[in-house]
Design a protein around this ligand. Structure first.
Ligand SMILES: Nc1ncnc2c1ncn2[C@@H]1O[C@H](COP(=O)(O)OP(=O)(O)OP(=O)(O)O)[C@@H](O)[C@H]1O
Length: 835
């Protein structure tokens, strides 16, 4: 590709090798700052190179520029973040990084005393510390601060951004984003000098991603709700992504992932998507025709076709794949013809772009029709021939001649093989290797030793391989002809690519259109197979009738999963959920979160009726005991997440809290849970608060928006001393009936040895008896205190009466004052002791 024009001189640019500047963020180098490990702790297989610049101001502005090195897509983001940098990390998760670039001022020089090896640089930024925790194993490299230049960044964008409908909008959106532009500058400079990639002018799809059009799902939440991958495996199908992903193309699968991690908040767009899903479900023909058309695209990744490759073989392969795509797109266009939903009409028009036909015509004019990409990818002489004959005859006279020479040379080699075979009476065959042809002979076909005169004899996989002087000479001639053919073919293909790049905008549009249709078809497929229903409306109320957990329902036999209702509005915004262990509290909370994410992606939900509120963020504190990587105490982790939630939540947020305060003593746990609940009540978010602390229902009982719910459990007497618990997993109104010692009942279910259970029961009963005695004793001491005080009062009154020389009226007044004094001195403490 032709070179872009950098605005900072190349000689100035110094790419710093990873060994000195990068920091492999290992456990030892982790900072002490408390922060929980989150979603993609182990996920670092991204393809994005992300440049990141943080402002020094109080507002913590962060500019992000991310380049997908596989597809050439560039995302620009600028966020105003908080102390935990949750928004920045969220954006980074959407564009999973394989390399992170930061200004060198973020990483100070290696501290010789701390790191005698001199290789570990020390972070001076909290954000970098968090990134290290969030993306362990992902390389963080520093780039000289002077390469973070906003005007240079804008110049790069103006030069590289593809000429399409969104170009003007992108440029307008980024023009005042100082941090993003600076990050873009560093990113493109790094691509040129560090990665040795040069992009052609107007060849990159550069987009500004507005953060306010999407719901924020912080990385902890993504992991705990199992949005993409689950606790056991990041690739597991038992995640929301796995459940909904029936896509046919790689772009659609990427779009689905981004949507699940960052659902849209524009109601019009959600409604438009729902209309499409509805149309697919209602119109069987459209559903099957679209599926068949998508199948012809055969897991194709348009975005990768668009990125020009510097390697000849890959370039040819891309062009051939591209031809197959543009040939098959009309099938999808026809499948969408006559659609009713507005979005499908738009997609249909996008696919009707004349430039796509021009691309097809260009490729067909230059390349042979029977040349298929698969041959190019496979090895052997078949692959070489596919490349040699890819370009049509008569495009270039010199190429035709070179190909004729190549053909003759190969013919000569086959003739030589036949002659040698006859001469030695051996069934020789020819095998093509990187260095040219060699003779091959099966071990079973050789009786005795190989005849003299053969060179480079080797034995692999049951075959003798060897060559001869004559064959070597012929290979050399054939190679010359082959090189010339490749050179001339490549020139034609390069010209072809340059012609295609001029029309690339249409392909970008087509890529987005196909991804969207494919994703919505996938939603329709999931809805049909799992009987999901349309979200009836988006209002201020969250109301779900008979909702099911979307991931669990793929694992459970029909009818075994218990459905549950949800109702939450401004007057009942804080819902306390109680119930014994394993009664289904966490499942209920997760179900609410998952259905909300599904609805906001424009997907139908597993419920009989559903109405949602559009949330700006979903924030969770969900217990996750399976996380063995957690390097913080449960309590520290709880408090950090709670602080984040209180800092980010607004009236429009959805907050899910599960068993807060279990990391400390029960009394403090109640106190902290109460205080955090108060904070959330002030914010007026929709809160679902599962807790074991019954006291919370009392301490918060005066708040008008509190609703108490519990998950029902039946306790049946099995014998005189033995009880059994039956979980019904059904949400019910009100506070649950106290079930004492249910922990012991559950322990019995877990087959704990009988003597352990007996001892547990004994200690529990003993503690309960102690508690009762303590309470009784404290009550009797209060009575004793009262009695003592009354006795004192009586004695003093008697003495006063005896020694008084006052007349009756004055005596009465004196007694009144005395009584008031006594009451004042005694009653407050008396009142406190009663409290
Ligand atoms: N709606 C449901 N239908 C069927 N089974 C369910 C349902 N909800 C929960 N379960 C089953 O109960 C198990 C425990 O559920 P869950 O973890 O939600 O309980 P919990 O009350 O949060 O427990 P703990 O307090 O110990 O964390 C789940 O693993 C699942 O097998």
């Amino acid at each position: 590709m032709s070179s872009s024009k950098p605005t900072t001189s190349d000689s100035e640019w110094k790419y710093r090798p990873a060994s000195h500047q990068s920091r492999p963020w290992t456990n030892q180098s982790r900072p002490t700052t408390a922060r929980p490990q989150t979603a993609a702790s182990t996920r670092h297989e991204g393809s994005y190179v992300i440049a990141l610049l943080e402002g020094r101001g109080v507002s913590r502005e962060v500019g992000i520029a991310a380049l997908d090195k596989d597809t050439g897509k560039v995302m620009l983001v600028q966020v105003a973040d908080c102390q935990t940098y949750v928004k920045t990390l969220h954006q980074m998760h959407l564009h999973t990084p394989c390399l992170i670039l930061v200004p060198d001022t973020f990483l100070s020089a290696p501290d010789a005393a701390l790191a005698p090896s001199g290789k570990r640089s020390v972070s001076t930024s909290l954000l970098i510390e968090y990134i290290g925790e969030e993306f362990p194993g992902v390389q963080v490299e520093s780039v000289g601060r002077r390469y973070w230049n906003d005007s240079c960044g804008l110049e790069f964008i103006l030069q590289l951004c593809v000429e399409d409908d969104e170009r003007a909008g992108t440029i307008l959106a980024v023009s005042n984003k100082y941090y993003t532009l600076s990050a873009a500058c560093a990113l493109f400079k790094y691509a040129e000098s560090g990665m040795n990639v040069r992009f052609a002018a107007a060849s990159l799809r550069i987009r500004y991603v507005p953060v306010d059009g999407t719901m924020m799902v912080d990385p902890d939440t993504a992991r705990n709700l199992e949005l993409v991958g689950n606790m056991t495996s990041k690739r597991s199908q038992h995640s929301l992504f796995g459940t909904l992903n029936h896509t046919h193309t790689a772009m659609a699968s990427r779009l689905l992932r981004v949507n699940i991690l960052s659902p849209i908040t524009v109601q019009q767009s959600i409604d438009a998507r729902l209309d499409v899903v509805q149309e697919f479900i209602n119109t069987e023909d459209r559903f099957t025709n679209v599926r068949d058309a998508l199948k012809t695209l055969n897991k194709m990744d348009f975005d990768k076709l668009i990125l020009a490759s510097s390697e000849t073989r890959a370039r040819l392969s891309q062009v051939l794949n591209l031809r197959s795509v543009v040939k098959n797109l009309p099938l999808l266009r026809n499948a969408l013809a006559g659609s009713r939903s507005q979005l499908l009409v738009i997609v249909h028009d996008m696919l009707a772009d004349e430039r796509l036909d021009e691309i097809e015509a260009l490729v067909s004019a230059n390349l042979n029709d029977d040349c298929v990409p698969a041959k190019v990818i496979q090895g052997g002489v078949g692959a070489v021939n596919a490349r040699v004959y890819a370009v049509k005859a008569n495009c270039n006279r010199l190429l035709d001649v070179a190909r004729e020479t190549y053909k003759e040379n190969v013919g000569d080699i086959y003739q030589l093989s036949r002659t040698v075979s006859e001469e030695h009476s051996l069934p020789l065959t020819l095998v093509y290797k990187e260095s040219g042809f060699v003779f091959a002979l099966k071990k079973a076909d050789l009786d005795g030793e190989l005849p003299k005169g053969f060179l480079n004899v080797t034995f692999t996989k049951g075959r003798w391989m060897f060559t001869s002087m004559e064959l070597k000479k012929m290979n050399a001639r054939m190679k010359d002809a082959l090189d010339e053919t490749m050179l001339l073919s490549d020139k034609i293909i390069q010209d072809l690519v340059a012609g295609i790049v001029a029309l690339i905008g249409a392909l970008y549009k087509a890529s987005e259109a196909v991804a969207l249709v494919d994703m919505l078809w996938s939603f329709a497929h999931a809805s049909i197979s799992k009987c999901h229903f349309r979200v009836d409306q988006f209002t201020g109320t969250l109301a779900i009738k008979s909702g099911r957990h979307p991931i669990m329902e793929t694992l459970y036999h029909a009818g075994t999963l218990v459905s549950n209702d949800v109702y939450c509005d401004d007057s009942s915004s804080f819902q306390i959920i109680q119930g014994p262990n394993m009664s289904g509290k966490s499942t209920y909370l997760r179900q609410i979160g998952l259905l909300t994410v599904m609805a906001m992606c424009g997907c139908f939900v597993p419920a009989e009726y559903a109405s949602f509120r559009i949330h700006d963020a979903i924030l969770t504190r969900l217990s996750n005991d399976d996380d063995m990587e957690k390097n913080l105490s449960t309590f520290a982790s709880e408090m950090t997440t709670s602080a984040m939630i209180l800092g980010l939540a607004t009236q429009k947020s959805l907050v899910l809290v599960d068993e807060l305060g279990r990391g400390t003593s029960p009394r403090e746990g109640v106190g902290i849970s109460h205080a955090i609940a108060e904070g959330l009540l002030e914010l007026k978010s929709f809160v679902f608060f599962a807790t074991h602390f019954h006291e919370i229902t009392i301490t918060l009982s005066r708040r008008p928006t509190i609703v108490n719910l519990h998950l029902s459990v039946q306790r049946a007497r099995q014998s005189s001393s033995n009880f059994g618990l039956t979980f019904q997993y059904k949400i019910r109104d009100g506070i649950s009936d106290e079930i004492s010692h249910y922990g012991l009942e559950l322990a019995r279910l877990a087959d704990l040895p009988a003597d352990v259970l007996t001892e547990g029961k004994r200690v529990a009963e003993h503690l309960a008896a102690l508690q009762t005695r303590h309470e009784t004793e404290s009550e009797s001491s209060k009575i004793a205190l009262r009695r003592k005080a009354l006795l004192r009062l009586r004695t003093q009154l008697t003495q006063a009466l005896e020694h008084s020389a006052l007349p009756d009226r004055e005596l009465l007044a004196y007694l009144g004052r005395f009584q008031a004094d006594i009451a004042k001195a005694f009653l407050p403490s008396y009142k406190d002791s009663l409290d």
